[in-house]
Structure formats: C-alpha cells, structure tokens
Design a protein around this ligand. Structure first.
Ligand SMILES: *Cc1c(COP(=O)(O)O)cnc(C)c1O
Length: 431
C-alpha cells in the first residue's frame, strides 16, 4: 500500500470520508485521494514522493503558483509580530485600500474567513439594505455551504448525486428562487412574478462549479438591467473569478459592474480568507455602522492579510500575469478543443482565461442541465490516465482546471499531449 492509501485508511476512521472538504475525495473516480506533502511553483509532491503538475491550485488561490517567495516572505514577517490580536491593524486598511483601488465598483469592503461567509454576509447585507427577502440564484452555481444557498449548488453536491443537503430546513431556502444559468427570459419571469420582493440576484459571472460555463452574450448585462430597474442588488460571486480573469475580475473582463461582490480564494494567497464589498450606501448597513449584524473573531487576521496583500500587490504590479494566463489558456484549452474536433470526439471544451473544463458530452454546455449530460465514467478513465502521468486535475467532471503564473508554455504543451493520450484512452482509440 502507498503512504497515501495508509493515511486515507486512518483518515476515514477519524474524519468524515477522510477529508475536510468533500471535493478532495476521489470517490467519483473510484480512487483514493493523494495526500500532499509539499508544493512549489506549478508542482505538488504527494506523501509517496510522486510529483504532479498541478491544475487545481488549491481550487484557485494559488494564482502565482505554490510557495511564491513574495508571499512567503511577508507571511514569515507577519508571524514574527504575533499571530492574532483581535484588534484593528494597519494591514487591514492596506488590504481594503488595495481591493477598492483594483476593483472600481468596490467602495467599502469587509474581510471574513471564507467564501461561504462572504456570500452569507453579502446576502444578509442585500436583504437588510432593500428590506426584501427573496434571492435569485442559478442552478449549478455554488455560493458556499450556508443554508439558503444549498439549492442546486453544483460540483461537490453534483458529483455525489445529491440534489440538496439534508439538515437544511425548508424554511431556510423558501426565499431562494432558482433560475437557469444563461436563461435571461427565465429571470425576467421571476421579476415579473416577484419584482419588488427580490432583494438580490447572485451569480457566478463565469459558472465555475459545474465545470466551466461562461455567460452567454448579454446575460450579465441583462441581470444588471433587471436589478437596476427593480431596485434589487446584483451580487457577483467572484470567489473564483476575482483577481483571476483580470485585475478587477469578471467585472473588468465582461465590462459589467456588480453592486456587491464576494471574494475568497485568491485574496487569501493560500490562507483562509474571504471578503465582501461594494457600493458604500449598501456596505454602510453592516454593523457597527448599520443594523445588519456580521462579525468574526479572526477576521482580518494579520498573517492572512499579509499573505493576501502580498499576492494582490504582486498581481497589481504585474499585469503581464494576466496576458500569460490568457496565452496558456488558449494553448491548453484551445488545443484540447481543436483535438476533440479533429478526432470527432463527443466532447466540449469551455473556457475563460485561465479557467477551463473538458466535458464528456456531445451537447454544448450552457447551464446545469447540459453539464449534467456529461459521461462521468469516461471522465474517470481520463482522470486516472492524467493522474498516473503526473498531471493533477480535480477528481470530478464538474470542476474547473486552474492555470497559474508558474505554469510555462512547455509544461502546458506537455499536459496537452498527455490529455490527448487520456482522451484516446477514454474513447478506447489507439493513442
Ligand atoms: C469556493 C467558492 C465559494 C466558497 O468558498 P469557501 O472558502 O470554500 O467557503 C463560494 N463561491 C464560489 C463561487 C466558490 O467557488
């Protein structure tokens, strides 16, 4: 048995499913997870000393690659000054200033400890601000695991084949209205029916938790218009897309501004951090200024702020990171798309910048229902070949691939070659 297998056997006795987040389990591909020992740049090394070229990047945060020296140095410096004070620090002011400068629609921001918390708090702020209760969410979009958001919530839930979570009372989701991603007329109907009761529309500006589903032309613009016309708050959940698609995230990439934006992943530089921010008049409903209560003992933690600040500053000062990621995405995802077309394989490749996904389906993937037509058994064969060839991708058909600044054109070309082999394997062709 490998060291990973031994650790997993011990882990399942002590931790539900052996993992502290379900997406880390390899159940849907019929394997046991690799335990990771260390990571550097674009590579991770597991407990058995096997090295992988990593396309998960801790599910998004590691946009500069693992253990980036600019981040590590600042974290070490912060650690020496003390791990937590439960009091205000200068780093929090700097973090807020940087986010507000990088993202024009964000005038005020509150730091929290995870994406889940960011969304939960943003939704509460939107409800407090509007005095309304209903929220529109899209099938297949994941907004963390708070009760109201656990309706048709994408990847982790999707792979397990469980439509909803038990333990969530019906009352907690009765104000959550479901819509179909990219179906603007459907959202218009919801506004016709509920108009002045809708506090907010929350959306992933690129769906990245049902595989990758980019917004159709006019979709985000349409949501913007509907929210403005009805006095509802438009929330972009940029926990994945923020500071990834562009300096100012999806809002810059697509040219549509949100009223509130939620962040996580990248803004922590690998530490557990989230944030929500937006228009001043909305953010001023949050306590202690306003009546919407939201708090956090470790929020704005100095070590976490040091990591996040170092990474965001690097991104702010190195716009070439985004052109590099765009080129790599074109090579990798564009290359996969071309190969599938040339070989006549029933696959779809969806991508936006550094995010991409290969779906094993002959139908274009534009929403949750079309994503679900993917053949997860074929994906499992593909996944196994990738992993055994040293390419670490998410163990689920319904997750994105994440490129980082540490990946090179050569590494990506090699991955493309391995992906072609894996595809041939999955379709049992000589490769
Ligand atoms: C990961 C994710 C979240 C939840 O963030 P956590 O830090 O895991 O709680 C919320 N929204 C989106 C879009 C995400 O991808």
């Amino acid at each position: 048995m490998s060291r990973s297998e031994i650790l997993f056997q011990e882990a399942v006795e002590l931790i539900p499913g052996g993992v502290n987040s379900p997406v880390r389990a390899f159940g849907s591909v019929g394997m046991t997870p690799r335990f990771i020992e260390s990571a550097q740049g674009a590579y991770m090394t597991d407990a058995d000393g096997k090295r992988y070229l990593d396309y998960v990047g801790s599910w998004g945060p590691m946009i500069l690659g693992h253990a980036h020296p600019a981040v590590l140095e600042k974290v070490a410096e912060a650690c020496r000054k003390g791990l937590s004070f439960g009091a205000a620090t200068e780093a929090e002011v700097e973090m807020a200033r940087l986010i507000c400068r990088m993202v024009p629609s964000v005038e005020m921001v509150r730091m929290v400890n995870s994406g889940t918390e960011a969304v939960m708090s943003a939704v509460r702020a939107a409800r407090g601000y509007t005095g309304r209760n209903k929220i529109v969410k899209f099938e297949g979009c994941y907004h963390g695991h708070s009760d109201a958001m656990l309706v048709k919530a994408g990847s982790g839930v999707m792979t397990a084949g469980v439509p909803d979570s038990s333990g969530v009372p019906a009352g907690a989701t009765e104000d959550t209205l479901l819509a179909v991603y990219n179906d603007l007329p459907g959202v218009e109907k919801l506004f016709d029916a509920w108009g002045k009761e809708i506090a907010a529309v929350i959306v992933e500006p690129v769906g990245a938790n049902m595989g990758v589903v980019p917004p159709a032309e006019g979709f985000l613009e349409g949501l913007r218009r509907l929210c403005t016309d009805n006095g509802s708050v438009l929330i972009f959940d940029e926990v994945i897309t923020g500071f990834r698609l562009a300096r100012a995230g999806a809002q810059e990439y697509f040219g549509v501004e949100a009223d509130l934006t939620t962040y996580g992943k990248i803004i922590g530089g690998g530490m557990p951090v989230g944030a929500y921010g937006g228009r001043r008049e909305i953010m001023e409903v949050v306590s202690p200024v306003g009546q919407v209560y939201q708090a956090g003992t470790l929020s704005g933690n100095p070590v976490a702020m040091a990591a996040g600040l170092a990474q965001l500053r690097y991104l702010d000062e190195h716009p070439e990171v985004y052109s590099h990621l765009g080129r790599l995405g074109e090579t990798l995802y564009g290359g996969m798309k071309w190969f599938c077309a040339e070989q006549g394989l029933p696959c779809q490749v969806n991508y936006a910048g550094s995010l991409g996904c290969l779906f094993f389906t002959d139908r274009p993937v534009t929403d949750y229902a079309s994503a679900k037509t993917a053949d997860t058994k074929r994906f499992a064969v593909y996944f196994r070949h990738m992993l055994e060839s040293g390419v670490y991708i998410a163990a689920s058909q319904f997750e994105a691939m994440f490129l980082s600044a540490a990946h090179t054109e050569e590494e990506v070309q090699e991955t493309l070659r391995i992906a072609q082999e894996a595809l041939c394997r999955a379709f049992r062709k000589a490769g």
